[in-house]
Every structure is written in C-alpha cells, then in structure tokens.
Design a protein around this ligand. Structure first.
Ligand code: CMC
Length: 431
C-alpha cells in the first residue's frame, strides 16, 4: 500500500493536517482520516458508508462502473465457467488457486465436517413448524459456539482453519435440517460420496424410505449460483461479520450476525422478494402499471432485484444468471416459464425508462436467481438460505483476513450527535 499526501487546512483556525491517500492495487485511493479528530477536532460524516473504506482487503475487487468483479484477481466470468464452489472457497480464503492435491485435501476436510452434533438437531424441535428458515439458520449457527469449543481460539491458526472448514461444511446440513423441520420430515444425514451441492440437494429432497438420485443439472446450477454469491467485498453482511468479529467474539456468533444481516430485503432477502413481486404482478400486461407505481415517489414500491450501491452500469453476476436461466429452463423443458418471461419483460421495459436510466438502476444478482432456485425445486423461503450457504465462503475469508491483520482494532464508529444538550432531571410530579 503506497501513499500520496493531501494537505487539509481548517479555515476556522488555519491548522493544517497532512492526510495520506493510500493507493490500493487498483481502484480509487482512500484518504486516511484517522488523525482528523486529534489534529482538527472533527469527525467525518458518511451515513451508509457512501465513500468510506472501512478496511483494506485483498480478497475481492469490484469496479461498479465497468461491471467488473474479481475474486483474488480472477474475473467472475472465468470462475463461473471453469471453477466450482469449493475451489472458489479455497481461493477466497487462501488467495491462490489450489494445486490438485491441495484441492483434494480441502474437499476431503470439508466433507469430513458435514455432520452436526446430534444435540444440535434437538434444538430444531424448539421451533414452530412455520418458523422462517433464516431465523433457524441464524440461531443454529450461533449455537455452534456452544458445541465446538476446540476451534474458538481466534489467535490460533489451526483453530481458525478448522472453524472455517466447519462453517462451509455444516451450512448445507444446517439449512437442509431447517427445511425438513418445516416439512415435518426426518432430517437426512450428509453423504460424503456426493459433491457439495449434490449433497445439499439430497439433504433437502431425499427421504429415508426411498432412493434419491441427484440431478446433475440441478447440482451444477446451484454450484454456479454459489460461485456468483460467494463474496462481494464489504457488503452489509460481511461488514457485520467483520464488525462483530472485531470485538474478538466467538467466530460462530459473528457468522450468525452475518446471517441475520443478510436476511434483509435490501440485501440477501431480495431474491425472495423478487419472486413475491413477480407473482404479484402476475402477467406481462401489468408491467407498465407496476413500473408506474415504482416510479411514483409516494408509492413506496421498489423494483426488487434492481439497483446496487456499487454497480452503476451492470452487475456481471446478473448477466451470467440470465444466461443460465435460458440454459437451465431450456434443459428442464421450461423455456416458456412465465416468471422468467415476466422478469425479462420487466428488465426490457425498465432499461428503456428514464427513471431507471437516470438513476443507473440495473438488474442485480437477485433479479434472476430465484427463478433458477424455483426451477430446481428450492422453495421460496429457502432462497436467502441458499445465499447464506454461498456467502459463508466470503464471510470466513474476510473474518480470517481481519483477525490476521496487524491493524485490526475493535470497529467503533462515531456519530454526529443531534439530541438535547445537557439538562436537569425533573421529578415526575413536576412534569
Ligand atoms: N426500484 C426503484 N427505485 C430504486 C431502486 C429500485 N430497486 N433502487 C434504488 N432506487 C432509487 C431510489 O428511490 C433513489 O431515488 P431518488 O434519488 O429519486 O430518491 C435512487 O434510486 C438511489 O437509491 P438508494 O436507495 O439511495 O441507493 P442505495 O445505494 O442506498 O441502495 C439498494 C441500493 C440495492 C439497497 C437499492 O437499489 C434497492 O433497494 N434495491 C432493491 C433491493 C435489492 O434488489 N437488493 C439486492 C441488492 S444486490 C444483492 C445483495 O446486496 O445482497
């Protein structure tokens, strides 16, 4: 990290501060304002982190104007075409693509950590049958802290590795158990002879009384979606994991905080909201009427799956998923899938409309992902859970990077106070 120097002079007192603008390997410089309070007595103010880099990171790079997404330097398009989710998980954590031996060892380690302590399975029984699976997943992930005491010394390299492998390995088991609980069906144990997404599919859809064959097309489609969702630099859930983790808390609880942050409809919950929206619109003939409501400033309606804080041209993940929708639906004999037709029409009309053009709103990763999840049989309530399984790869990579960073300190934002100034307490009888 090299630095350019900026001089900032406070016109009120003439005092100068020299600010370093750190240069990353690519992308905008970042002005180091950490001395501002000491030198000038002022904070910076940036609600929503519009222009604030909360950390340095070497994991993922996004160029929002050019629609570029790189994991450890590798373009998402190349990884989507040639890699698989476990290799991408390794890449995110370790920084380099694995040798075939390293990949085999990593894959074996993940498959050896897929089971859950049987006492954890009992926790599911405390949930009502209609509990949202994200609520169950957040709870069960946090509860891992109460079971796996041998991997919680965050300053021990080996513990950190075991923790990370456990997270990636157990998320599908935790997710599938939440689904089975809602159905009232027996939980299916993981099968280590299957690959990562094949195993997830059997835990979701197999039952003990019948044999189940994984559809390789379904497994491949899920694997591709998982690659695309694996990381996205300092998004809200990853930042939540980092913020919680910066306190030195048990890492499983930091991951649970990430799951909770992901659930919101502005973030990972959008895939569920998109399908809700498409079903409510119902027919291509209602697209103009729906978009009129979105554009009405008093309507409070958003075109879900559109817009992104960083992408202001196109989201490369949406482009890949749109292509994949064509392929998957075609191969499943659902080329005329009405939801997909409706989504294509919405995109076509919105992209010609000045409201969306002027605000640089384009389809994001969630606009089409729910259509594929549905096509492979994943129920809507599980869409965000699928996102959580994939993003776990990014969360553990960022958590590991943060803990190993010598600059790591507790994340403690400041505020611009706008409340009452000092006043004296008035007894209730005198109010
Ligand atoms: N539909 C209609 N108008 C929108 C939309 C949308 N989806 N997104 C942004 N706008 C408008 C917004 O009303 C505002 O207009 P104005 O300037 O007239 O007030 C302008 O565009 C800027 O919006 P913003 O809310 O200030 O932008 P943001 O960067 O804070 O929010 C976002 C980004 C993703 C939360 C937002 O675009 C959104 O709510 N999209 C819909 C939800 C969604 O699809 N989320 C998934 C994001 S990608 C996956 C992930 O991160 O997990």
């Amino acid at each position: 990290m090299t630095s350019k120097k900026f001089q900032l002079t406070n016109p009120a007192n003439g005092r100068s501060t020299e600010l370093a603008a750190h240069q990353g390997s690519v992308g905008p410089d970042a002005l180091d304002i950490s001395a501002l309070l000491k030198d000038q007595g002022v904070f910076t103010y940036d609600p929503g982190f519009m222009a604030t880099a909360a950390t340095a990171s070497a994991i993922t790079y996004i160029d929002g104007d050019a629609g570029v997404l790189l994991y450890r330097g590798y373009p998402i398009e190349q990884l989507a075409q040639h890699s698989n989710f476990l290799e991408v998980s390794y890449l995110l954590q370790k920084g380099e693509l694995p040798s075939s031996k390293a990949l085999a060892l990593f894959t074996t380690s993940i498959s050896r950590h897929t089971m859950l302590n049987e006492w954890i399975m009992r926790l599911y029984r405390g949930f009502h049958h209609d509990a949202h699976p994200m609520a169950m997943v957040a709870t069960i992930v946090a509860s891992l802290a109460a079971f796996y005491h041998d991997s919680t010394d965050i300053y021990d390299d080996r513990h950190r590795v075991i923790f990370s492998h456990r997270m990636i390995a157990k998320l599908p088991t935790i997710a599938a158990a939440a689904y089975k609980h809602a159905l009232g069906q027996p939980h299916m144990y993981p099968r280590n002879d299957l690959d990562y997404t094949g195993n997830l599919l059997q835990m979701l859809f197999a039952v003990p009384c019948e044999s189940y064959a994984v559809d390789p097309l379904h497994a491949k489609a899920l694997d591709l979606l998982f690659i695309l969702h694996a990381d996205h630099e300092q998004n809200a859930s990853t930042s939540t994991v980092r913020l919680a983790g910066s306190t030195g808390c048990n890492p499983y609880t930091a991951m649970s905080a990430g799951v909770s942050a992901l659930w919101g409809p502005a973030h990972g919950g959008a895939n569920e909201a998109v399908v809700d929206m498409l079903e409510k619109i119902g027919d291509v003939s209602r697209v103009p009427e729906f978009l009129a409501r979105v554009k009405d400033s008093k309507g409070g309606v958003r075109l879900m799956g559109f817009g992104h804080r960083v992408y202001k041209n196109f989201d490369p993940r949406a482009t890949i998923i749109r292509e994949m929708c064509h392929k998957v639906l075609g191969r499943l004999g659902q080329s005329d899938n009405p939801l997909f037709e409706l989504a294509l029409k919405l995109e076509e009309v919105a992209l010609k409309d000045d409201y969306f053009i002027s605000r640089k709103l384009y389809p994001n990763v969630d606009f089409y992902s729910g259509i594929i999840y549905r096509a492979v049989g994943i129920p809507r309530s599980m869409f965000t859970v699928m996102f959580a399984i994939a993003r776990t790869a990014g969360w553990v990579a960022h958590w590991q990077e943060m803990i190993a960073d010598p600059e790591m300190r507790i994340a403690r934002p400041r505020q611009l106070y706008t409340g009452p100034t000092r006043r004296d307490y008035v007894p209730v009888s005198k109010r």
